[in-house]
Design a protein around this ligand. Structure first.
Ligand code: ZN
Length: 381
């Protein structure tokens, strides 16, 4: 089945500022078969769309969300992260059944598709149900279970969240015509003891898969981490071997120069969630410095409950405006950069576009090998 979009403005994102006016796009089956200025030949169209006064651009990528949280949209407003999460969200989420997660995720997928999102990185529980929804929808998704300590603290091998994430990997990684990938999802340094993080790091290395984690979202997270471990969340995660080109670090609102250097050196992608950071009063991420360092910066909505929608156009809008205002610099996050964050940078985060000079695999440095050996010794293996 071939579809033609004609007479349209095409923002290819393949070269800086390349925009084709009055161009043509052909979709053949599930592939983009042609993009160009001249009308192509050799196709037989089942459908022709007149794209006049419209623009075609790559699918938007929501690189940090918790899709079933549309069910708790608007449930708790005007609260800081810790109060919102521990006193409102976690108790109500504990009431959800697997079927609720399926329908919540299905609803979220429809909402994302409506605003042009074709891929998302999701962290939740009962994620088998999210995978079912993704499979039926045709979307692309990077899924993980939000792993936290649970009631078996200190016994990672008995952690039910970790077991669910492992099952999810075995059942769904590479499935749905390759549209689903499964990462490991340690929630954060404040929800996971180091021993659990070591265990997750070890498993991710064995499986060759990536990591999706919340990092330095609030000042409290940083202060608590420094108090307990004597180092920042980024430094702690690096020591544990959880940072690499296949790591999506959500937020990074409060990262130091040293933290940013580590993120850059390890090839970590940062998922920036401006609306969520504003709504929860978490702060303004140092976007200008992150970009100057050359760190891959993608966009996320976070869950609908801390947003309250799943619209990457809104995130682009805020990402550009906040940085200009906060930095007193109208050139900060220009239009091309904002659209890159919403499209190609998300693709780089998931390894769909390979970053320059950067193998897309798990950490391969000597430090990581040393860390893995240490993990094994620590776990008595
Ligand atoms: Zn989140």
């Amino acid at each position: 089945m071939d579809i033609l979009i004609k007479n349209t403005t095409i923002v290819t994102m393949s070269n800086e500022n390349e925009i084709i006016q009055d161009g043509f796009v052909v979709i053949s089956g599930d592939r983009i078969a042609y993009v160009g200025e001249a009308e192509p030949e050799g196709f037989s169209y089942d459908r022709i769309i007149d794209g006049r006064n419209k623009a075609v651009l790559p699918g938007l990528m929501n690189m940090h969300t918790h899709s079933p949280m549309v069910l708790v949209r608007g449930y708790a407003d005007d609260m800081c992260l810790q109060d919102w999460l521990f006193n409102k969200i976690f108790p109500v989420e504990a009431q959800l059944a697997p079927e609720d997660v399926y329908w919540g995720s299905t609803y979220a997928i429809m909402e994302m598709l409506r605003s042009g999102i074709t891929s998302f990185a999701d962290m939740y529980f009962y994620v088998n149900e999210v995978a079912r929804a993704v499979n039926l929808s045709g979307m692309r998704a990077c899924l993980c279970t939000g792993i936290q300590n649970g009631d078996k603290i200190g016994r990672p091998e008995k952690n039910s969240y970790l077991a669910e994430n492992r099952r999810l990997y075995d059942e769904w990684n590479g499935r749905a015509d390759g549209r689903i990938s499964v990462y490991m999802g340690p929630h954060s340094v404040y929800m996971c003891e180091p021993e659990l993080l070591y265990y997750i790091s070890d498993l991710a290395h064995q499986l060759g898969t990536g990591i999706h984690i919340h990092v330095s979202e609030t000042i409290k997270e940083n202060l608590d981490c420094i108090k307990r471990y004597g180092k920042s969340p980024v430094a702690l995660l690096d020591e544990i071997g959880l940072l690499g080109p296949k790591t999506i670090a959500a937020h990074c609102v409060h990262v130091s120069e040293e933290d940013m250097n580590i993120l850059k050196d390890r090839g970590v992608s940062v998922a920036y969630n401006p609306t969520s950071n504003l709504k929860l009063g978490s702060g303004l991420a140092p976007i200008k410095r992150l970009l100057q360092k050359g760190i891959n910066l993608a966009l996320g909505t976070d869950g609908a409950s801390s947003n309250n929608n799943l619209n990457i156009f809104e995130e682009m809008h805020l990402a550009a405006l906040i940085s200009k205002g906060a930095e007193l610099d109208s050139t900060c996050v220009d239009a091309f950069e904002a659209v890159s964050m919403a499209t190609t940078n998300g693709a780089k985060a998931l390894g769909k576009i390979i970053m320059e000079n950067r193998e897309f695999n798990t950490i391969d440095s000597e430090q990581a090998i040393y860390n893995i050996k240490r993990i094994a010794a620590r776990l008595g293996r």
